[in-house]
Design a protein around this ligand. Sequence first.
Ligand SMILES: CNc1ncnc2c1ncn2[C@@H]1O[C@H](COP(=O)(O)OP(=O)(O)OP(=O)(O)O)[C@@H](O)[C@H]1O
Length: 167
Amino acid sequence: MYIRKLYTLVFLRNDTHILLGLKKRGFGVNKWNGFGGKVEADETILDAALRELKEECCVTVDRDNLKNIGHLEFTFTGEPTLMDVRVFSATVFEGTPTETDEMSPKWFPYTEIPFEDMWPDDVIWFPYMLKDKLFFGKFHYKGYDTILNYNVEELESMQKFYHDKTK
Ligand SMILES: CNc1ncnc2c1ncn2[C@@H]1O[C@H](COP(=O)(O)OP(=O)(O)OP(=O)(O)O)[C@@H](O)[C@H]1O
């Protein structure tokens, strides 16, 4: 049994580029990633996603424009926590991505995503996101550099996935 902790991860995208942020502190420091963090006890997952995006790169998204596109689960050998990461994508947003204490944002062409400076799982599930497929990925790590085993599958619908999960 694991202790499940909820996280959000948001990607802004257009036809040719994706916005990533270089994490300046804390978990995943010096890695490029989407924007996100822990869901607080008093907020919904969607509210947490919008809040973290604003806090980390000063961009706001209308909640109707934030699409849940994937679900990731991370476990680490010897650790009791399961990181339950809800992945979102938006193409419509307000504001200019701006550096904050936590993140330094930069647009990358889809052909130049810096996977060597990202979490090792990203290169495995990004292709689903980039092809606009919904996905569910599970990764078991040893330390923070080595994936011992994983599985990624395409989903028909996030709503159906969450409905089936709670059965
Ligand atoms: C293991 N493989 C992984 N692959 C891809 N992304 C990963 C990840 N593991 C964590 N993430 C994301 O990294 C952020 C951490 O957030 P994190 O800094 O811990 O949260 P938060 O901003 O609440 O922290 P503090 O307020 O500083 O405590 C959060 O978006 C989360 O989804």
